[in-house]
Design a protein around this ligand. Structure first.
Ligand SMILES: [Zn+2]
Length: 299
């Protein structure tokens, strides 16, 4: 099919699924690299989607702007595996992914960090990270097939995943309830759906970190995930790519995508916030920044 017919097909799909005008949808569709890519495969299990969303949220907050080799959340590839998903981790970030995810009580922080209730099974080449309270789990491997090293306790930390292998500690239970029953979040179903899709679309989200090897991600509260970057794809091109892969499927049409400006978009009523700086934030310093991130990881 010709490029323009493909772009028209995507524009129609965008109009069907969002409240964007035809002219805006066409503009977005023309910037897409893929027009009608296979849609992201969701788990039909709400516990599974909730766990994946929690994982994406904790990783975004953990890594912020400290990535290596363009892996925004430390994930290179995601492959559905039954209800679950298998994540291939960026080798240089894999140990750090586990450090962020496995729950620990941090006395300096004054609470639980990581994914409350997350436990491990399996070998260091293929770890299963599972939820102590449901059948939800994800499998992780390193892109180079190497061992993933499990984190040891840092000053002021109690490793809850090690200390309470079978169930949840009291503090974790409270923390987990906060994630499941977050007050003030309009639609938990949409949050879980979109954040789990962020985890399942690494090829798209990593495009933000590609130009420099790192980008910025963070959260304001339990209901959102922000991605900020400069250089590379525009916000509209990333939106078009996400929509081409069905990112907004099953999200109420009115809230699916809101273009705030050419440099900012909200998906799912501010669940996923995309901001791209108009000019490069790093210029000639980008390589030094990447080198300092690498040094941090190696120390
Ligand atoms: Zn830049």
């Amino acid at each position: 099919m010709s490029k323009s017919r493909n772009a028209n097909g995507l524009a129609k799909r965008i109009v069907r699924q969002t409240s964007l005008k035809q002219s805006t949808a066409s503009r977005l569709a023309k910037q897409a690299h893929v027009y009608l890519g296979s849609s992201v495969v969701d788990s039909s299990d709400p516990h599974q989607r909730r766990l994946e969303a929690y994982i994406a949220h904790v990783l975004a907050d953990g890594f912020k702007d400290r990535q290596l080799n363009g892996a925004l959340l430390g994930v290179r590839a995601a492959e559905p595996e039954g209800q679950s998903v298998k994540l291939t981790l960026e080798s240089d970030m894999a140990d750090e992914v586990l450090r962020h995810l496995l729950p620990r009580f941090d006395h300096f922080y004054g609470g639980v960090r990581g994914v409350a209730g997350l436990r491990i099974r399996g070998s260091e080449r293929e770890l299963k990270l599972h939820d102590a309270a449901s059948s939800a789990h994800v499998t992780v491997t390193r892109a180079d097939g190497g061992h993933i090293h499990l984190p040891s306790a840092r000053d002021g930390e109690v490793l809850l995943w090690k200390r309470v292998p079978g169930g949840l500690s009291h503090d974790e239970r409270q923390e987990a309830e906060g994630w499941t029953d977050s007050r003030g979040i309009e639609d938990l179903r949409v949050r879980d759906l979109l954040l789990s899709r962020i985890l399942r679309c690494p090829g798209l989200v990593n495009s933000t970190a590609e130009p420099h090897g790192f980008a910025n991600c963070y959260t304001h509260h339990a209901g959102d995930l922000v991605i900020e970057w400069c250089c590379g794809d525009t916000v509209e091109a990333l939106c078009a790519g996400l929509l081409a892969h069905g990112f907004a499927d099953d999200v109420p049409r009115a809230n699916a995508v809101e273009l705030i400006s050419r440099h900012s978009a909200h998906l799912g009523d501010r669940t996923v916030i995309l901001n791209r700086h108009e000019s490069c934030l790093y210029g000639p310093n980008a390589e030094d920044v990447a080198a300092s991130i690498r040094m941090d990881y190696e120390s």
